[in-house]
Design a protein. Structure first.
Length: 563
């Protein structure tokens, strides 16, 4: 990769360090993130619940609260209509709990990803109306549900839409449409995900009913959904995740506790990385593998046995998801290795018969990361191709699909992630046209891969004090990445080990200081390391390696450059 090392103004760093009484390295990291003003830096380093905005600044939120309170007062049945991903599930969990605390009669619906697909469906609304539901409250969905809200109107169902996806040219005909991305919405924070918007609705309801003291108990689940949805971890999202991760150290909810234990995280600090790679995938596996209610019911478990059984089933689904994903990945990698034309294609369009559609997006992400190129992965079933696509930064994948829009039955998404469906007979034309689009828009050269490095340091600079100063910037995620450092001319001590056939672990030394390094999915670098006479430069994050009874610092390697 190309290493772009930040060069902030040293005098600005010294001034910020003096003003906040913080080490120079922390001031440098703040400047690298565009945080220059003293007050902004202080709020970033010390997030407070008081930093949350007034929820009633959001368009239609007052209308939503009034209609929900009316439903509670009249003992009307309320249906919470969610989505099958982690964001949608966690939003259902918190809104269901909040409405129950307020005395509401409520049920919920999570779509089956493999049967229902995304969005509101008429058949669900018809069933709800037949069961006496009078109010439907959506979470993480509904902003473009024009036909569904019209159907609801015909069924005498009121709808309150809460969502965070971009609206279309017009809003659905609902009692209230709560979405900070509305063009006319003055709400200061536009980066909330579905569970974040649901939390703001709960905050408003609790403000009206003197229950604000219970709000912090919801942040554990809000943090999980927020991290999983990969929204920027700045502003209110930073407050949610900071307090939510703290609460995850000692959860009272039986289901959440079982989930943490099943993921092997009990008894240790839980980070945003742990949520993103260990907790969220177990929740996500339910929707990906064709379930639709297990995650919500986990958080409502009444005893340890029930919670343990549901968590175990979610763990089983996640293992099954991993097994299927590995099979498809192996097939694709073998195909790329044996097909020169596919290997050099600027956009890799790869199809397979009967591939599980629930894992296509994950597979596309991994192929994109490995080859640094846009990727479309397609499952062919009964003459139709259902696909997911991912792209690295610098390429707008949705625009690429739009250039071939006449080929699709449907498509949607954004710059880096898309979903689509088309007839299998059109796959060859899609492959040809979308690759031609890539060449005409970017040229024949492959995309460059960059790493934004915060600072160059020596191993002798690394210690527990520096590590804990870096951790003051956490939780890390989108728009607040874990700081990256570069250290040059390190000597590899002893022979590197390959872990699980794909990871690399070795020990490096400089200035008499030695430290372990872990390189995920970089076993292929071993021959180059040996050829370099075991002298190399690294880009890495600082991490703690937890072992029974102790913990030590280690380097988590992001790139290796043999010298």
């Amino acid at each position: 990769m190309i290493w772009k090392i930040a060069k902030p103004d040293p005098e600005c760093a010294r001034e910020l360090a003096r003003a906040l009484n913080i080490p120079g390295i922390l001031a440098t990291l703040l400047l690298n993130r565009g945080i220059q003003a003293e007050e902004s830096a202080r709020r970033f380093l010390e997030p407070q619940l008081s930093h949350l905005h007034d929820p009633f600044l959001m368009c239609d939120l007052e209308l939503a609260v009034d209609r929900i309170q009316e439903a509670i007062h009249r003992s009307e049945k309320i249906l919470i209509y969610g989505d099958y991903d982690v964001d949608g599930n966690t939003a259902v969990v918190i809104l269901r709990k909040a409405l129950q605390m307020l005395g509401a009669h409520c049920s919920y619906h999570i779509p089956n990803r493999l049967i229902d697909g995304y969005g509101m469906k008429d058949c669900v609304l018809e069933k709800a109306a037949a069961e006496g539901v009078k109010l439907v409250v959506t979470v993480d969905t509904g902003i473009k549900a024009h036909e569904a809200t019209e159907k609801a109107r015909q069924l005498h169902l009121d709808c309150v839409i809460t969502d965070h996806h971009l609206p279309g040219h017009r809003l659905p005909s609902a009692v209230a449409v709560v979405n900070p991305k509305r063009a006319d919405c003055p709400y200061p924070d536009k980066h909330l995900c579905g569970v974040g918007v649901a939390f703001k609705l709960i905050q408003a309801l609790f403000m009206k009913t003197n229950k604000e003291k219970y709000l912090t108990s919801f942040l554990k689940v809000v943090a999980i959904g927020t991290i999983a949805d990969v929204v920027p971890l700045i502003g209110e999202n930073r407050v949610f995740t900071k307090f939510g991760l703290k609460g995850l150290q000692s959860p009272a909810n039986l289901g959440l506790r079982s989930l943490i234990e099943t993921a092997g995280l009990a008894g240790r600090p839980i980070t945003s990385i742990d949520v993103g790679f260990r907790l969220a995938p177990r929740i996500n596996a339910v929707g990906r593998m064709g379930g639709n209610h297990e995650a919500v019911e986990l958080f409502a478990a009444k005893n340890k046995v029930e919670a343990g059984q549901i968590a175990a089933e979610m763990n089983r689904l996640n293992r099954e998801r991993q097994r299927i994903e590995e099979q498809i990945l192996k097939t694709i990698e073998e195909r790329i290795g044996s097909d020169a034309e596919l290997a050099k294609a600027p956009i890799k369009v790869i199809e397979g018969e009967g591939w599980h559609v629930g894992v296509l997006g994950i597979v596309a992400s991994k192929i994109t990361n490995r080859f640094n190129c846009p990727t479309l992965i397609i499952s062919k079933i009964d003459g139709m191709g259902s696909g997911s696509g991912r792209a690295p930064k610098g390429f707008h994948l949705l625009e690429a699909l739009n250039s071939c829009r006449d080929l699709f039955e449907r498509f949607g998404g954004h710059a880096q992630a898309v979903g689509f469906q088309l007839h299998s007979s059109k796959l060859d034309e899609l492959r040809e046209r979308i690759n031609q689009y890539s060449i005409s828009s970017l040229g024949p050269e492959p995309l460059q891969r960059y790493l934004n490095v915060d600072a160059e340091i020596r191993l002798s600079d690394i210690n527990e004090v520096v590590y804990h100063q870096v951790q003051r910037l956490s939780p890390f995620g989108a728009e607040n990445p874990s700081p990256l450092f570069v250290a040059r001319h390190l000597k590899v001590v002893a022979d590197p080990r390959i872990l699980k056939g794909k990871h690399l672990k070795f020990r490096v030394e400089q200035d008499g200081v030695a430290i372990d390094a872990l390189a995920w999915n970089m076993a292929g670098c071993l021959p180059a390391i040996r050829k370099s006479k075991r002298v190399l430069s690294l880009v890495f994050e600082l991490s703690e390696n937890f072992q029974p009874g102790f913990k030590i610092l280690q380097l988590v390697v992001r790139d290796i450059c043999p010298n």
